[in-house]
Design a protein around this ligand. Structure first.
Ligand code: AMP
Length: 181
């Protein structure tokens, strides 16, 4: 079973992803984590990505799809996609990659959280790209480039909206219901 978790930055995708992969034995594929690993390793890709990430903008679809394709080659497990896809081009690319493997996405979880709560959470998190200006830009990028995916997956009948406020356990219980259906 392949699952996509969608939501604005700071909506709790990472926290819920950790619960989901444990409970449903999925492999966690976070393009943000992969990019941070490239930066830490000082690779050419990492150096190029860092400038873009520091501004809160999106790394190019080609680079992201290339990284994901590489990961898909090396796994036969169900995957939880976290922070990917972020654009319609990435979603179409992912559908194609999975179709080539005779597979497809089973569920898309959209974590719905109030904007004010998101800014509060992100400022508390204190990551390098979590200053107020970058946060604002990342939220704007989400609205313009990633929110259209909600419609994309809704049309495919794969989207479930889950209320993303409350305790971690409460939110996870809602997700569990969707994925167990
Ligand atoms: P995240 O950890 O998912 O919040 O990602 C942190 C940053 O990495 C984002 O603000 C983007 O600059 C970049 N990034 C992560 N995933 C993607 C993606 N699927 N497409 C483009 N850029 C990405």
């Amino acid at each position: 079973m392949h699952v996509v978790i969608l939501g604005a930055p700071g909506s709790g995708k990472g926290t819920q992803s950790a619960e989901i992969i444990k409970q449903f034995s999925l492999k966690h594929l976070s393009t943000g984590d992969m990019l941070r690993a490239e930066i830490a390793a000082g690779t050419e890709l990492g150096i190029a990505a860092q400038t873009v990430m520091d501004k809160g903008e999106l790394v190019s679809d080609d680079i992201i799809l290339g990284m994901v394709a590489e990961q898909l080659k090396n796994t036969d497990k169900g995957i939880l996609f976290d922070g990917f896809p972020r654009t319609i081009a990435q979603a179409e690319g992912l559908d194609e990659l999975l179709a080539e493997m005779g597979s497809q996405i089973a569920h898309v979880i959209e974590l719905d959280v109030d904007k004010e709560e998101i800014i509060e959470r992100m400022l508390a998190r204190g990551r390098a790209d979590d200053n107020e200006e970058t946060i604002r830009n990342r939220l704007e990028v989400f609205e313009t480039q990633t929110a259209p995916l909600i419609e994309y997956y809704h049309k495919q009948n794969k989207l479930s909206m889950v209320l993303g406020s409350g305790s971690v356990a409460d939110i996870f219980a809602r997700i569990q219901k969707v994925l167990s259906a």
